[in-house]
Design a protein around this ligand. Structure first.
Ligand SMILES: [Zn+2]
Length: 221
């Protein structure tokens, strides 16, 4: 089937096996009932093109290509795309990839700005994770900086996210204190790097469903 990804400036056509899309995404599975399904052509305006390419790769192989680790913004866009296409398993795997990216490259405010722009409120799983990661970097990393972008706009429009960020900064900074020798070194009193969290942390699951627990049971049983 033909999938056109349309943005303000351009459009891209993709040809993907329809049965695959239907198997992986309830969004596509629901199409036959509508005009787009009959025409075998669907146009998506809410999905980023790079993100959709990564989702196609994931749909065929159940994993992401190595280049998925290149850009933090694309990983976040792919999370939103998987959400839009109702692919929770893919979405949780995107989150694992975001953790992996953040274990090598610090989070900055721009990422939270993107999360907000994509429509995720401060209490959503993705916003909570990115906020936690920024707080961790800001407190523990000497070289951390806010990152590029219009921070004024972020604090103006992203008030809800900015407030959460500030609350967590204050709360987490209490876990650190000056070393007794007074050489202005901070000592961590229990603030692990969220990027190294294991398992279903920040995943979204239907009640009673846990992907890692299921995998573990599968390997031991
Ligand atoms: Zn999970």
């Amino acid at each position: 089937m033909k999938v056109t990804i349309e943005s303000e400036d351009d459009s891209h056509d993709h040809y993907v096996h329809r049965t695959l899309l239907e198997k992986k995404s309830p969004y596509f599975a629901a199409l036959p009932r509508f005009k787009e399904g009959r025409d075998n052509h669907v146009t998506l305006k809410e999905v980023d093109n790079d993100a959709f390419e990564h989702i196609i790769h994931w749909s065929y192989t159940d994993r992401f290509s190595p280049s998925f680790q290149d850009y933090t913004s694309t990983i976040i866009e792919t999370y939103a795309a998987a959400d839009h296409l109702m692919m929770p398993k893919c979405k949780n795997m995107v989150l694992d990839n975001l953790r992996s990216k953040y274990s090598r490259k610090p989070a900055d405010i721009g990422h939270l700005g993107l999360v907000r722009m994509l429509g995720y409120g401060a209490s959503t799983a993705i916003a909570i994770y990115v906020t936690d990661q920024i707080v961790y970097e800001a407190i523990t990393n000497d070289g951390w900086f806010f990152g590029k972008g219009d921070h004024h706009a972020f604090f103006e429009v992203g008030r809800e996210h900015a407030l959460e960020l500030m609350k967590k900064l204050v709360e987490k900074s209490r876990l650190y204190s000056l070393k007794a020798d007074g050489k202005s070194l901070w000592r961590n009193k229990g603030h692990p790097d969220p990027a190294f969290a294991k398992g279903c942390v920040h995943h979204e699951h239907a009640e009673g469903e846990k992907c890692y627990l299921q995998e573990a049971e599968g390997t031991t049983g």
